[in-house]
Design a protein. Structure first.
Length: 253
């Protein structure tokens, strides 16, 4: 029993030390702790595309360990969509090991939602105050639509091209170019859960548009797997935009 106890103690000590070594720096992108009114929820995914955040780098190991300890004290809650006001990257050897998003009420990390505490907010404020200011981002970063696909956007478009060229009848192909916009939702593991296609071509009848929408919906539900993302919320949309040319070859727009 004594030997087992010593082994257990060693494992716990080793695990604790390893956990501390995993994070050698933190990058914090901060906008506000307060709730702000937006026409939709600002999530971890679209944070950089819509908010003028300020970025800090924190490398003080004492502060980082204090923050990690505070996270371990948080209470879990149900999976909740919330407006993100702060996004954090946990770094090790210049590589992102995990991402966390939070506001004054909630924190999303490792695919779980927690109740944010005043201690967490104060620790983050202190880290930013003592950290290195990297950038005040007044212009939002432009996103590349479709890169969420597990094999990349170009592979997705090629797969969609083959599918539509095979499935669409010649009567639809002869109706000229069609612009297709597809809005998808995915769970954290990358499974498509919702598809809302839109078809733009005035030469197509309503019945033909419905047929294309049905095909595209089946394609994304059955054949498309997205990159897994622990910070993905149910309010996150993945958008694909392409033009299906009358020759039968779609291209991104």
């Amino acid at each position: 029993m004594k030997q087992i106890g010593l082994v257990t103690l060693f494992c716990l000590f080793f695990t604790e030390c390893s956990a501390k070594q995993i994070v050698d720096s933190l990058y914090v992108r901060f906008f506000s702790w307060e709730e702000y009114k937006q026409p939709h929820i600002i999530t971890c995914t679209n944070f950089e595309h819509e908010l003028p955040y300020t970025e800090f780098c924190i490398s003080d190991q004492t502060m980082i360990n204090k923050f990690l300890a505070a996270i371990n004290e948080l209470s879990t809650t149900s999976d909740t969509d919330f407006c993100v006001g702060c996004k954090m990257f946990f770094m090790h050897d210049s590589q992102v090991t995990k991402t966390a998003c939070l506001n004054s009420h909630y924190m999303l990390i490792d695919g779980k939602t927690y109740l944010c505490t005043k201690d967490i907010k104060n620790t983050v404020d202190s880290m930013m105050h003592n950290g290195v200011l990297l950038d005040t981002q007044k212009k939002f970063l432009s996103g590349t639509y479709g890169d969420e696909y597990i094999h990349g956007r170009e592979a997705l478009l090629a797969k969609l091209e083959t599918y539509l060229a095979k499935k669409l009848p010649e009567t639809i192909k002869r109706c000229g170019d069609s612009r297709i916009v597809v809005h998808c939702k995915s769970d954290k593991k990358g499974k498509t859960t919702k598809v809302e296609p839109q078809i733009y071509n005035d030469r197509l009848s309503d019945a033909q548009k419905k047929y294309i929408i049905s095909l595209v919906t089946k394609f994304f539900i059955r054949k498309v797997r997205w990159k897994s993302d622990d910070t993905r919320m149910s309010s996150d949309w993945i958008t694909i935009m392409c033009k299906f040319k009358s020759t039968g070859y779609p291209e991104h727009i």
